[in-house]
Design a protein around this ligand. Structure first.
Ligand SMILES: [Zn+2]
Length: 290
């Protein structure tokens, strides 16, 4: 079970989230049959949206669109405040390249473009916020987005490690934020610790990476655990939802599907589930139109 742990320093001026997203990214890889670079790129974007959703209250949905111009195409993820995330990468199979050191190449396959975040508070007026992609490595792009758009000084780290068969070994990340009123000296101390922190991939490889991340963030400073919540890859699609989408098509198109195709098949982009609509289903929709 994946989880996110929310913590705050005893002083109350620093807060940190740490995440285990291993199962989330593993599920995404299974559903989309992603290769090395596409798994890591999609996985990092899923973690980024889990972090952004954890920062929201109420019944809010966060959509992250990594709109790069290179071979991976767009990466789209949606996370909610209940711990669910779904997502896909436009071209899941185009790239399987690694560097000589085994590092998975991501940035060049994302390319230049935009990091777009859509926040939907459920009130019908989604809020759009966009920053340019800095490196296409997702973690840096999220950090830049947070600094530019939220004006809360933030440090972020996230990554996905693969095994020899390019299957997900471990995935996770963290967010550290400075809250209003923090003293300069304390900020400097936290900054230094983050700068000297081991690489995120090294921390993820620890036996218990949640504890390793917390130790790296807080050092000896006292902090409190505020909550531990389950997070997971879960799509909210259903036959009914796609039936509603079909219902918006013109009657003539529905009749064509009924008479020529003898039915219809729709595959959800986010989870690859295929829904089949037979002639009776289509008949029902056509009847509702007349
Ligand atoms: Zn779905």
């Amino acid at each position: 079970m994946d989880k996110i742990i929310k913590t705050i320093s005893e002083s109350g001026y620093f807060r940190a989230f740490v995440l285990d997203s291993t199962e989330t990214v593993r599920t995404a890889q299974e559903k989309h049959q992603t290769k090395a670079s596409s798994t890591v790129a999609l996985g990092r974007t899923l973690i980024a949206s889990q972090i952004l959703a954890a920062n929201e209250k109420g019944d809010t949905k966060i959509t992250v669109k990594v709109l790069g111009t290179s071979s991976l195409g767009a990466i789209i993820t949606v996370a909610d405040t209940k711990g669910k995330v779904k997502g896909y990468v436009q071209n899941p199979g185009v790239d399987i390249k690694k560097t000589a050191t085994g590092e998975v190449v991501v940035g060049p396959f994302v390319g230049q473009g935009e990091f777009l975040v859509i926040t939907n508070y459920g009130t019908g007026n989604p809020y759009h916020s966009m920053t340019p992609l800095i490196s296409g490595e997702i973690g840096e792009d999220l950090a830049f987005y947070l600094t530019e758009s939220q004006q809360t000084p933030s440090a972020v780290g996230l990554n996905v490690l693969l095994d020899e068969e390019d299957k997900v070994k471990v995935a996770g990340g963290f967010l550290l934020q400075v809250l209003p009123g923090a003293k300069e000296a304390d900020i400097t101390r936290f900054e230094k610790r983050i700068q000297n922190m081991p690489a995120i991939s090294t921390l993820l490889e620890s036996d218990d990476h949640i504890e390793a991340l917390l130790a790296a963030i807080y050092g000896d400073e006292p902090y409190k655990r505020l909550s531990e919540e389950e997070i997971r890859f879960q799509c909210d699609c259903s036959k009914e939802r796609f039936m509603n989408a079909l219902a918006s098509l013109p009657k003539v198109d529905l009749e064509e599907m009924r008479d020529q195709d003898k039915g219809a098949e729709i595959t959800c982009q986010f989870c690859q589930t295929t829904y089949t609509f037979d002639q009776n289903d289509l008949e029902e929709l056509i009847r509702d139109k007349s």
